[in-house]
Design a protein around this ligand. Sequence first.
Ligand code: FBP
Length: 701
Amino acid sequence: MIASDIISIDKLLSHPKIETAIADINSETIDRRAFVPQKCRVFSNGFISLQDQPQYQFPINREAKKQLPDIIHNHVQKLIPGLPDNKDGHRAFLKKRNIGIVFSGGPAPGGHNVVAGIFDAAKKANPESQIFGFILGPEGILENRYVEITSELVNTYRNMGGFTMIKTGRSKIDSKIKMTLSRETCQALNIDALVIVGGDDSNTNAAFLAQALKIDGIQVIGIPKTIDGDIQISTEDGETLCAISFGFHSAARAFSQNISNLCTDASSDLKYWHVCKVMGRVASHLALEAALQTHANLTLIGEDLADYVDKERLKKADEKGEVDYTAYGMTLRHLSRMICDAIVKRAAKGKNYGVMIIPEGVLEFINEIQIFIIKLNTIIAQYNQIYDLDFHTTFHALDAKLEYLRRLSRGITEKQASPIWNARDDELFNDLPSFFQEGLLVERDTHGNFQFSQVNTEKIIMDMVGDYLHILKEKGEYKVGIEESRFHYFMERANLDHDLVGKTIFRNYKEDRYYLIKKNIISVKTLKQVLINAGIITNNEKVPESVLTIFKKSVPNFKTQSHFYGYDGRGSNPTKFDCNYTYNLGLTAFSLIANGATGQMAVIKNLEHNLDTWEPLGIPIARLMHLEERKGKLTLVMEKNVVDTNSNAFRILKAMREKWLAADHGEDHYRKPGPVRFRGKSEEDRPLTLVLNSISLPPSK
Ligand code: FBP
């Protein structure tokens, strides 16, 4: 093409088709913005009042009673259609009010719809009402940084992922000064109610704010957000009031779509084990859901590992009349052996590839690591308290941190001597690879949580797996099975006696469709010797090319590709389930506010069933609290839920493990969940975990 034929870039850019093709807004965004979520039945009437539900009970924590006296006696409240009978209630519902909203913690798909729900309900009740979004999470409250939510702003983000509208942050309102600053901001803006959209820690914060601001007449309402799915609320009697936090479904679907693509890649190219670390700081809900969605070959569930009991060890100790306490709980070593076992089994059937899912927080459930985490949490907290300095700022580099620990283990000074870090701890810690030491010493988040997302969990595990597979390979136990028909093909091509060669080189000749080279044949040298001994070749002859090819095919090359699924899912657009769920949470939050509630968390009951049966409730946050170790201290926080190993969902995964590992002659059983959808038909329109857990059958006899 000559220069004069080239259209100028300005002309190109102003072409309508090109403008449309490269515009920031595409048809998906336009459709999402226009999508109207379905409302729960109770909202069809317009006016709502609250009804106490004293039949739903929770145990009361003594410390919560002491620290949250004004909200601890709240009841679960059900939203019922219609205005309160009394005139005051009527007026209160419709009054002009200022509502502040804040996102707290990691983003979760659907947050914008919570804002949209509150905005729509508040404006409908009184168009004069104002909604303020605090910028960058709780920091926005402390620094009085906000934006007024207008219909233009809210319409831009309807049904869209992320927390982009007002951003988020992990700061914590945890001191008297911060409470005072929060009060000042609320008073400056004439805030009537504050809505905190967050996880367990942020809802804990909401409860403390509700307690502190009650005297000022400022209401505080929490919203259950986190992709981790660890906010699940049941009553004392086991009745589920909130099956899952919002964002879980969308993130799990986003991860599952990607993992399922890797399943397709693995089973096409047959050369990699794809190792997928999946978010979830502690609980393995996301890994469990992804496993159910994709049927990946191997999925670790942290909670399952914690329950592990080495029965053989126990038996041995029992025979000696002893109890071996180390038999309870899984060690890293044992875990890596289990993974190797699965890899070796698949390889024996010709499948030296696969997909495995590792939950981000799996190390939390490994005894030896958990002990390190608790000890280091305490040491760091003690250092900060004793010296009034920040451990991580003082000891910036890893070497400096290690040196401090060394000195501590030796008790160099009175102040530093620590009963929890002895020479043995120091020795064990120094045996760990430095990237892992660094991970364990990483700064805790503002709430005192260990930051698992900063640790290379999969590397720690897979390095051990790689080392052990190497040993198994040397021992001749890790081999790739050779398909019977391939063996015959090569024998025929070389005109060799099938039976003679087969019996000589395989340990299971004619016993299986996949033949395994004998354990003692671990090199071309040993192969030649075996052939000579069997009289197939003489000392001076070379190993026949076809036998050599078979041998080479049987030698495994363990190749992995690591993937981390976390931040991508947090930023995913919400599924239809999360679009509907979050919009209704917003409507619920407004109804709680309009009826004077405080210290309550807006939830939707019956999420596991059809939307027609969804029932919005307010749940007292103070009643969900318990004491937990944070920064070395027992602290009152909202309890999070980890995977219940007695749940249907987990038991089904357990029952399907063998099948999905597919260490057999058949094909893999990969399932294709498809992309995140917000409209149209979807096979299952809520998390599979919920679908499975909601099925109750009479107990089998
Ligand atoms: P929330 O509990 O705040 O919802 O965040 C959950 C999470 O996504 C975890 O799964 C993950 O471990 C963590 O946040 C990562 O945090 P950060 O954004 O600070 O890296």
